[in-house]
Design a protein around this ligand. Structure first.
Ligand code: ADP
Length: 244
């Protein structure tokens, strides 16, 4: 590769990315609904090398009581990375990043969940990242939606999520860890396909107005692919061979 810029390595002359994908090709995604016996609902997702387990509990009583809302239910989300989920051991204490991602995922899920049907109660979503490789907030949000549906929580739609981004001045779909570190932009998008509503959008990096538009378009198309896999996971559990 002698003498090329780092950004060139992320996209070769044939338009192939560092992990062999085309620019608009997502990583392999596998979603399974259910699996945790002691949770009211659960889901497991593999999104490329990301591996994430989500357990949902509730609606249930809120303790302490003053944290509850008499008019509506509340959603609580904890995103947690296992110390072994990244190359260098991560401190098990909640980091600022985990607290921020918990908040971002909670706010992305809230428009989808009919919390008004459960005043005074809470729905808890526990996200355990077993292995991380870039894009964990999107993978976690996707799995959390399936786990909420699996728990039978009434929802307006599911939120499907994936990141668009930019490497070597080219818009790409589904940013992996290497592309996130060395690339030019990362834009995670959460989208409710049936309602056509975006519930998560963040941007790390710099885009031209045209690139921004393209990222939104590519990201939303990606979310629709993810949505099909969410529905398939629920179909497989409830109408399939029933082994989960
Ligand atoms: P996301 O996982 O949603 O893309 P970030 O952009 O913050 O969130 O993180 C990108 C990637 O960086 C993560 O998916 C993970 O692979 C890696 N990463 C995050 N935190 C750590 C950490 N403490 N140590 C090593 N790698 C980390």
């Amino acid at each position: 590769m002698g003498g090329r810029e780092a950004t060139m390595v992320l996209l070769d002359e044939n338009g192939i990315r560092c992990d062999g994908r085309k620019v608009d090709e997502p990583r392999r995604i596998m979603i399974r609904a259910g699996g945790l016996k002691n949770a009211d609902g659960s889901a497991y997702i593999e999104f490329g090398d990301n591996k994430i387990l989500v357990g949902v509990f509730g609606p249930r009583d809120v303790h302490p009581k003053h944290m509850s809302d008499t008019d509506t239910g509340i959603l609580r989300v904890r995103y947690h990375m296992e110390p072994f989920s990244v190359g260098e051991r991560k401190n098990p204490a909640p980091s600022r990043r985990e607290i921020e991602i918990s908040k971002v995922i909670k706010e992305a899920l809230e428009p989808a969940v009919m919390l008004e049907k459960f005043p005074r109660t809470a729905v808890d979503v526990f996200i355990e990242v077993l292995q991380a490789d870039g894009g964990t907030r999107c993978a976690a949000l996707t799995a959390a939606s399936v786990a909420l549906a699996d728990a039978g929580i009434p929802m307006r739609d599911m939120v499907a999520a994936i990141a668009a981004g930019k490497v070597a001045d080219t818009v790409i779909l589904d940013v992996n860890n290497e592309e996130d570190q060395a690339g030019q932009a990362d834009m995670p998008i959460g989208y409710m396909p049936s309602l056509e509503k975006v519930t998560l959008m963040q941007l790390d990096g710099v885009l031209t107005p045209e690139e921004y538009k393209k990222c939104v378009e590519v990201g939303i198309e990606g979310c629709k692919l993810v949505y099909d896999l969410q529905k398939k996971a629920l179909n497989d559990k409830y109408f399939g061979n029933g082994d989960n």
